[in-house]
Design a binder for this molecule. Structure first.
Ligand SMILES: [Zn+2]
Length: 287
Protein backbone atom coordinates (compact mmCIF):
# COMPACT_ATOMS: atom_id res chain seq x y z
CA UNK A 1 0.00 0.00 0.00
CA UNK A 2 1.05 3.60 -0.51
CA UNK A 3 1.96 5.69 2.51
CA UNK A 4 1.28 9.39 2.41
CA UNK A 5 3.33 11.29 4.94
CA UNK A 6 3.93 15.02 4.62
CA UNK A 7 7.39 16.67 4.66
CA UNK A 8 10.62 15.16 3.43
CA UNK A 9 11.55 12.23 1.20
CA UNK A 10 10.76 14.17 -1.98
CA UNK A 11 12.84 14.71 -5.11
CA UNK A 12 13.91 18.17 -3.93
CA UNK A 13 17.59 18.73 -4.78
CA UNK A 14 19.07 20.49 -1.74
CA UNK A 15 22.20 21.32 -3.78
CA UNK A 16 24.27 21.96 -0.65
CA UNK A 17 27.35 22.95 -2.68
CA UNK A 18 25.41 25.96 -4.07
CA UNK A 19 24.14 27.31 -0.76
CA UNK A 20 26.65 30.07 -0.14
CA UNK A 21 26.43 31.79 -3.52
CA UNK A 22 23.17 30.85 -5.26
CA UNK A 23 21.37 33.79 -6.89
CA UNK A 24 17.89 34.48 -5.51
CA UNK A 25 15.23 33.81 -8.18
CA UNK A 26 12.11 32.29 -6.65
CA UNK A 27 11.15 33.07 -3.06
CA UNK A 28 8.88 31.32 -0.58
CA UNK A 29 7.64 34.14 1.69
CA UNK A 30 6.79 33.39 5.33
CA UNK A 31 5.18 35.61 7.95
CA UNK A 32 5.19 34.65 11.65
CA UNK A 33 5.76 31.00 10.77
CA UNK A 34 2.95 30.87 8.22
CA UNK A 35 3.61 30.20 4.55
CA UNK A 36 2.36 32.05 1.49
CA UNK A 37 -0.09 29.72 -0.19
CA UNK A 38 -2.77 29.63 -2.86
CA UNK A 39 -5.36 26.84 -2.90
CA UNK A 40 -3.29 24.69 -0.56
CA UNK A 41 -0.11 24.92 -2.66
CA UNK A 42 2.98 27.10 -2.19
CA UNK A 43 2.71 30.56 -3.76
CA UNK A 44 6.34 31.18 -4.82
CA UNK A 45 7.16 34.76 -5.83
CA UNK A 46 9.84 36.18 -8.11
CA UNK A 47 12.85 37.70 -6.33
CA UNK A 48 11.87 41.30 -7.17
CA UNK A 49 8.26 41.03 -5.93
CA UNK A 50 7.36 44.17 -3.90
CA UNK A 51 5.86 41.84 -1.29
CA UNK A 52 9.45 41.11 -0.25
CA UNK A 53 10.38 44.74 0.52
CA UNK A 54 10.61 44.00 4.27
CA UNK A 55 11.90 40.44 4.08
CA UNK A 56 14.89 39.00 5.95
CA UNK A 57 17.98 37.33 4.52
CA UNK A 58 17.28 34.59 1.96
CA UNK A 59 17.72 30.95 2.97
CA UNK A 60 18.52 28.54 0.13
CA UNK A 61 16.08 25.62 0.13
CA UNK A 62 17.23 23.86 -3.03
CA UNK A 63 16.43 23.41 -6.69
CA UNK A 64 12.79 22.81 -7.54
CA UNK A 65 12.11 21.92 -11.18
CA UNK A 66 15.68 23.08 -11.84
CA UNK A 67 15.16 26.57 -10.37
CA UNK A 68 16.60 27.86 -7.11
CA UNK A 69 14.11 28.54 -4.30
CA UNK A 70 14.93 30.65 -1.25
CA UNK A 71 12.81 31.28 1.84
CA UNK A 72 12.49 34.79 3.29
CA UNK A 73 10.65 35.87 6.42
CA UNK A 74 8.60 39.05 6.13
CA UNK A 75 8.92 41.12 9.29
CA UNK A 76 6.43 43.57 10.78
CA UNK A 77 2.75 43.72 9.89
CA UNK A 78 1.28 41.41 7.27
CA UNK A 79 1.68 43.10 3.87
CA UNK A 80 -1.01 43.39 1.21
CA UNK A 81 -1.06 40.02 -0.52
CA UNK A 82 -1.58 39.17 -4.19
CA UNK A 83 -5.16 38.12 -4.99
CA UNK A 84 -5.89 34.51 -4.16
CA UNK A 85 -2.95 34.09 -1.77
CA UNK A 86 -2.82 33.93 2.02
CA UNK A 87 -0.37 33.15 4.79
CA UNK A 88 -1.45 29.65 5.85
CA UNK A 89 -0.52 27.26 8.63
CA UNK A 90 1.74 24.50 7.33
CA UNK A 91 -0.18 21.88 9.33
CA UNK A 92 -3.33 22.74 7.36
CA UNK A 93 -1.57 22.01 4.05
CA UNK A 94 -0.09 18.59 4.81
CA UNK A 95 -2.33 16.75 2.38
CA UNK A 96 -2.44 19.36 -0.40
CA UNK A 97 1.25 20.22 -0.91
CA UNK A 98 3.35 18.14 -3.29
CA UNK A 99 6.14 16.15 -1.63
CA UNK A 100 8.79 18.67 -2.74
CA UNK A 101 6.65 21.62 -1.61
CA UNK A 102 6.16 19.99 1.78
CA UNK A 103 9.89 19.44 2.16
CA UNK A 104 10.68 23.06 1.19
CA UNK A 105 8.06 24.48 3.53
CA UNK A 106 9.13 22.27 6.44
CA UNK A 107 12.79 23.15 5.87
CA UNK A 108 12.01 26.87 5.65
CA UNK A 109 10.00 26.83 8.85
CA UNK A 110 12.60 24.85 10.80
CA UNK A 111 15.52 27.02 9.65
CA UNK A 112 13.76 30.36 10.16
CA UNK A 113 12.74 29.32 13.65
CA UNK A 114 16.31 28.27 14.42
CA UNK A 115 17.72 31.62 13.27
CA UNK A 116 15.11 33.54 15.26
CA UNK A 117 16.00 31.67 18.45
CA UNK A 118 19.80 31.47 18.02
CA UNK A 119 20.86 35.05 17.38
CA UNK A 120 23.82 34.97 19.76
CA UNK A 121 27.01 32.93 19.78
CA UNK A 122 26.80 30.12 22.34
CA UNK A 123 30.60 30.27 22.79
CA UNK A 124 31.14 34.00 23.52
CA UNK A 125 27.69 35.63 23.66
CA UNK A 126 28.17 38.10 20.81
CA UNK A 127 25.64 38.45 18.00
CA UNK A 128 26.21 35.86 15.27
CA UNK A 129 25.43 36.22 11.57
CA UNK A 130 23.56 34.03 9.10
CA UNK A 131 26.03 32.44 6.63
CA UNK A 132 26.16 29.66 4.03
CA UNK A 133 22.78 30.52 2.52
CA UNK A 134 21.08 30.21 5.90
CA UNK A 135 22.52 26.81 6.83
CA UNK A 136 24.94 28.14 9.42
CA UNK A 137 25.51 31.02 11.82
CA UNK A 138 29.01 32.37 12.23
CA UNK A 139 30.32 34.50 15.08
CA UNK A 140 32.34 37.50 13.83
CA UNK A 141 34.01 37.85 17.25
CA UNK A 142 35.35 34.36 17.94
CA UNK A 143 34.80 32.64 14.56
CA UNK A 144 32.72 29.76 15.93
CA UNK A 145 30.29 28.16 13.46
CA UNK A 146 26.86 27.10 14.67
CA UNK A 147 24.69 24.62 12.76
CA UNK A 148 20.91 24.25 12.74
CA UNK A 149 19.60 21.72 15.22
CA UNK A 150 17.10 18.92 14.80
CA UNK A 151 15.61 17.38 17.93
CA UNK A 152 15.11 13.59 17.81
CA UNK A 153 11.72 12.37 18.98
CA UNK A 154 10.55 8.77 19.11
CA UNK A 155 6.93 8.04 18.23
CA UNK A 156 5.88 4.48 18.79
CA UNK A 157 3.19 2.04 17.89
CA UNK A 158 3.13 -0.30 20.89
CA UNK A 159 1.41 -3.60 20.12
CA UNK A 160 0.00 -6.41 22.21
CA UNK A 161 -1.83 -9.14 20.32
CA UNK A 162 -4.50 -7.52 18.16
CA UNK A 163 -4.33 -4.20 20.04
CA UNK A 164 -2.25 -1.02 19.98
CA UNK A 165 -1.58 1.45 22.79
CA UNK A 166 -2.87 4.96 22.15
CA UNK A 167 -3.17 7.90 24.50
CA UNK A 168 -3.98 11.55 24.81
CA UNK A 169 -2.12 14.44 26.40
CA UNK A 170 -4.04 16.60 28.89
CA UNK A 171 -3.47 19.55 26.51
CA UNK A 172 -5.17 17.93 23.50
CA UNK A 173 -8.76 18.47 22.48
CA UNK A 174 -11.27 16.02 23.92
CA UNK A 175 -11.41 12.70 22.11
CA UNK A 176 -8.14 13.07 20.19
CA UNK A 177 -5.75 10.12 20.57
CA UNK A 178 -2.39 9.27 19.05
CA UNK A 179 0.67 7.07 19.44
CA UNK A 180 2.87 7.83 22.45
CA UNK A 181 5.93 9.96 21.74
CA UNK A 182 8.81 11.64 23.53
CA UNK A 183 12.21 13.29 23.11
CA UNK A 184 15.30 11.11 22.87
CA UNK A 185 17.72 12.03 25.67
CA UNK A 186 21.48 12.50 25.27
CA UNK A 187 23.32 9.20 25.47
CA UNK A 188 20.20 7.16 24.73
CA UNK A 189 19.38 4.84 21.81
CA UNK A 190 16.06 5.11 19.97
CA UNK A 191 15.08 1.71 21.34
CA UNK A 192 15.84 2.71 24.93
CA UNK A 193 13.94 5.99 24.49
CA UNK A 194 10.87 4.07 23.29
CA UNK A 195 10.98 1.74 26.30
CA UNK A 196 11.62 4.57 28.79
CA UNK A 197 8.86 6.85 27.48
CA UNK A 198 6.22 4.11 27.35
CA UNK A 199 7.14 2.92 30.85
CA UNK A 200 7.13 6.50 32.24
CA UNK A 201 3.83 7.46 30.64
CA UNK A 202 1.78 4.26 30.97
CA UNK A 203 3.82 1.79 33.10
CA UNK A 204 3.74 -0.66 30.15
CA UNK A 205 6.99 -2.63 29.77
CA UNK A 206 8.18 -2.97 26.17
CA UNK A 207 10.40 -5.75 24.85
CA UNK A 208 11.47 -5.82 21.21
CA UNK A 209 11.59 -2.41 19.46
CA UNK A 210 12.18 -1.82 15.78
CA UNK A 211 12.68 1.44 13.85
CA UNK A 212 10.36 1.85 10.85
CA UNK A 213 10.40 5.33 9.31
CA UNK A 214 10.83 9.03 10.08
CA UNK A 215 9.16 12.38 9.46
CA UNK A 216 10.58 15.89 9.88
CA UNK A 217 8.19 17.81 12.12
CA UNK A 218 9.09 21.51 12.02
CA UNK A 219 6.94 22.59 15.00
CA UNK A 220 9.50 23.82 15.76
CA UNK A 221 12.39 21.46 14.93
CA UNK A 222 11.73 17.79 15.59
CA UNK A 223 12.56 14.67 13.64
CA UNK A 224 9.92 12.07 14.47
CA UNK A 225 11.36 8.57 14.40
CA UNK A 226 8.61 6.01 14.08
CA UNK A 227 9.11 2.68 15.84
CA UNK A 228 7.06 -0.40 16.55
CA UNK A 229 7.43 -2.03 19.96
CA UNK A 230 5.93 -5.09 21.58
CA UNK A 231 4.49 -4.83 25.10
CA UNK A 232 5.29 -7.60 27.57
CA UNK A 233 2.39 -6.77 29.91
CA UNK A 234 -0.92 -4.97 29.47
CA UNK A 235 -1.97 -3.14 32.62
CA UNK A 236 -1.92 0.62 32.11
CA UNK A 237 -1.16 3.15 34.85
CA UNK A 238 -0.83 6.63 33.34
CA UNK A 239 1.41 9.45 34.54
CA UNK A 240 -1.30 12.13 34.82
CA UNK A 241 1.14 14.96 34.09
CA UNK A 242 1.91 13.51 30.66
CA UNK A 243 -1.15 11.47 29.76
CA UNK A 244 -4.84 12.15 30.44
CA UNK A 245 -5.97 8.73 29.22
CA UNK A 246 -4.47 5.75 27.43
CA UNK A 247 -6.01 2.48 26.32
CA UNK A 248 -5.54 -0.55 24.10
CA UNK A 249 -7.45 -0.10 20.85
CA UNK A 250 -8.25 -3.10 18.66
CA UNK A 251 -7.56 -3.07 14.96
CA UNK A 252 -11.30 -3.11 14.27
CA UNK A 253 -11.92 -0.14 16.61
CA UNK A 254 -9.03 1.77 15.02
CA UNK A 255 -10.47 1.18 11.54
CA UNK A 256 -13.88 2.37 12.70
CA UNK A 257 -12.34 5.47 14.35
CA UNK A 258 -10.44 6.37 11.19
CA UNK A 259 -13.64 5.98 9.17
CA UNK A 260 -15.29 8.45 11.58
CA UNK A 261 -17.66 5.88 13.04
CA UNK A 262 -16.56 6.29 16.68
CA UNK A 263 -17.71 9.75 17.82
CA UNK A 264 -15.57 9.67 21.00
CA UNK A 265 -12.27 8.70 19.36
CA UNK A 266 -10.49 10.96 16.88
CA UNK A 267 -7.36 9.56 15.25
CA UNK A 268 -4.24 11.45 14.01
CA UNK A 269 -4.64 13.52 10.84
CA UNK A 270 -3.68 12.32 7.41
CA UNK A 271 -0.11 13.27 6.52
CA UNK A 272 1.28 12.60 10.02
CA UNK A 273 3.60 9.75 10.88
CA UNK A 274 1.24 8.69 13.69
CA UNK A 275 -1.55 8.17 11.17
CA UNK A 276 0.84 6.31 8.87
CA UNK A 277 2.00 3.97 11.65
CA UNK A 278 -1.62 3.17 12.52
CA UNK A 279 -2.55 2.64 8.86
CA UNK A 280 0.42 0.31 8.36
CA UNK A 281 -0.64 -1.68 11.42
CA UNK A 282 -4.23 -1.94 10.14
CA UNK A 283 -2.94 -3.08 6.75
CA UNK A 284 -0.58 -5.60 8.39
CA UNK A 285 2.31 -3.83 6.68
CA UNK A 286 4.84 -3.21 9.45
CA UNK A 287 7.79 -4.95 7.80
ZN1 LIG B 1 31.50 33.86 19.43
Amino acid sequence: MQHLMAFGDSDLDRAAHRRSNEQVRQVLPLHQGRILAADGRLALREADDPLLANAGSPIFLGLHDGRAVHARAITGDEPTLPAGTEFAELRAMMTTLSAAEGEMAATARALLNWHASHKFCAACGNASQMTDGGWRRTCPECGTHHFPRTDPVVIMLILRGNEALIGRSPAWREGFYSCLAGFVEPGETLEAAVRREVLEETAIPVGKVRYLQSQPWPFPSSLMMGCVGYATAGEITVDPVEIAHAFWISREQAMAAIAGHLPNIEMPAQGTIARDLIMRWIADDLE
